[in-house]
Write a protein that binds this ligand. Structure first.
Ligand code: SF4
Ligand code: SF4
Length: 134
């Protein structure tokens, strides 16, 4: 947590999720694997600065439900100690996602568009080839 006064007004937003980097998908199978992540509750996937992340919305077991303080403040993990003011979800809550998927349905649509377009491009190229060879 950052400034004491600032955190006093917040319900511990930064302690209610974590995000892990994942490999940038390339193949249709990679995207389908991400669709599988998104079949699960409280999972989202976002892209920021070209990097892909799996976001798990799940509150830390050490966040007090009474006053939203950290119950292990003195021995909280380094990642919590390193959390910077500029990253604070309460004051800097604007996200600049390039992509944000909140359900498998959204990914299903994305796959259709992304790979259907590829297919049509391939088909167009084939047609162009056929015309030339006539
Ligand atoms: S989101 Fe910001 S204000 Fe809220 S607990 Fe975390 S550091 Fe404090
Ligand atoms: S250990 Fe404490 S500071 Fe870290 S996420 Fe949990 S409640 Fe928040």
């Amino acid at each position: 947590m950052v400034k004491k006064s600032q955190c006093d007004k917040c319900t511990g937003l930064c302690c209610r999720y974590f995000a892990l980097p994942i490999e940038t998908p390339e193949t249709k199978q990679d995207y389908d694997d991400i669709r599988w992540y998104l079949c699960h509750k409280d999972i989202s996937v976002f892209v920021e600065d070209g990097d892909w992340y799996l976001n798990v919305k799940n509150v830390c077991r050490h966040l007090s439900p009474k006053d939203y303080r950290c119950k292990i403040y003195d021995k909280r993990p380094k990642i919590c100690r390193d959390y910077k003011h500029k990253d604070c979800d309460y004051t800097e809550g604007e996200y600049d996602f390039e992509l944000h998927f909140t359900s498998d349905k959204e990914m299903e649509e994305y796959i259709k568009i992304k790979f259907y377009n590829n297919v049509t491009e391939k088909q167009k190229a084939k047609k162009r080839k056929r015309k030339k060879s006539r």
